[in-house]
Structures are given as C-alpha cells and as structure tokens.
Ligand binder design. Structure first.
Ligand code: 5GP
Ligand code: ZN
Length: 138
C-alpha cells in the first residue's frame, strides 16, 4: 500500500465511497463531511499540491469538480456549492495529494451544512491592497 492515503484510495487498497471516475480523476466522499454530499476530487497520478500538479490534471480535476457541483444541485437539492483547495499546511492542507473539496451548500439547513465563513470581511487599506498587487505583478 502507498504511504499516500489518496494514492491508496485511487489504487483501491483503501476503501472509499467513490462517486465518479474517469481517465485522470477519481472523486469520493469525504469521511468528515462539512455538509451533506461533501466529496473530494483527486488526480489519479500523485501530485502534492496546487503548485505541483500539471495543467492537464488540474483541468481534469476542475472539470470533475464542475460536474459534481452540478450533481449537488440537481441530485441533492443543494442551493449552492463551494470549491475549496488547501495548498500547504498553513492553508489547512492535511493530505498531501492534491484535491478539490466539493462542498454542497444548503440555505437555512444547519443539520446539512456546517460550513461557516472563516473570516470577517472588512475593508482593507487601499494602499496596502495596491502594494500587494504591485508585489504580485513585479
Ligand atoms: P485537506 O485538509 O488536506 O484540505 O483535506 C483533506 C480531507 O481528506 C479532509 O476533509 C479529510 O476529512 C479527508 N480525509 C482524510 N483521510 C481520508 C480518508 O482516509 N478517506 C476519505 N474519504 N477522506 C479522508
Ligand atoms: Zn498520492
């Protein structure tokens, strides 16, 4: 068995509840769901994170996530969907095989939806926003 949990799931060495598979990707249910129907999309080929994954696998994962987002609305009755990727331990990544969380959202249904906005939106200082943009485009 692989040392990587998600490689083991892709290989079928670890059990999972799969909901989709194609040439490049597999999607399966998250064992700690943030909402009803929370799934994870992974590339079959191991990549550590968002910065390492190749463009073709990235595109394939995003297409699978889009399909599952549609299914969440049409088959689960979700009111919306969040896609989440955590890149790096400081960004909450805990499994180091790239994955996209597909999290169906349910309006006013806390029993089905435990997701909450993790920050309090407030206006940033315009000069600091501009300085960050300048750093990004330097
Ligand atoms: P991350 O924190 O890296 O963005 O997300 C990792 C996700 O993988 C978590 O939501 C966690 O619940 C899920 N997870 C961890 N181990 C397993 C496992 O063995 N099987 C499944 N199905 N999900 C897992
Ligand atoms: Zn892996």
């Amino acid at each position: 068995m692989s040392e990587c949990t998600f490689c083991s799931i892709v290989a079928g060495d670890l059990p999972s509840t799969k909901v989709y598979e194609d040439d490049r990707t597999v999607a399966f249910m998250d064992i700690n769901p943030a909402s009803r129907g929370h799934s994870l999309v992974v590339p079959k080929e191991h990549s550590v994170d968002l910065l390492e994954i190749g463009a073709d696998d990235m595109a394939a994962c995003m297409q699978t996530a889009q399909k599952l987002a549609g299914d969440a609305k049409t088959k689960l009755g979700a009111d919306g969907v969040n896609l989440l990727n955590c890149c790096g331990a400081d960004a909450w990544q805990t499994v180091f095989h790239f994955h996209i969380h597909v999290i169906p959202r349910y309006r006013d249904q806390p029993a089905k939806d435990r997701l909450r906005l993790p920050w309090t939106p407030e206006a940033g200082a315009p000069e600091e926003i501009s300085a960050a943009a300048a750093d990004l485009t330097a």
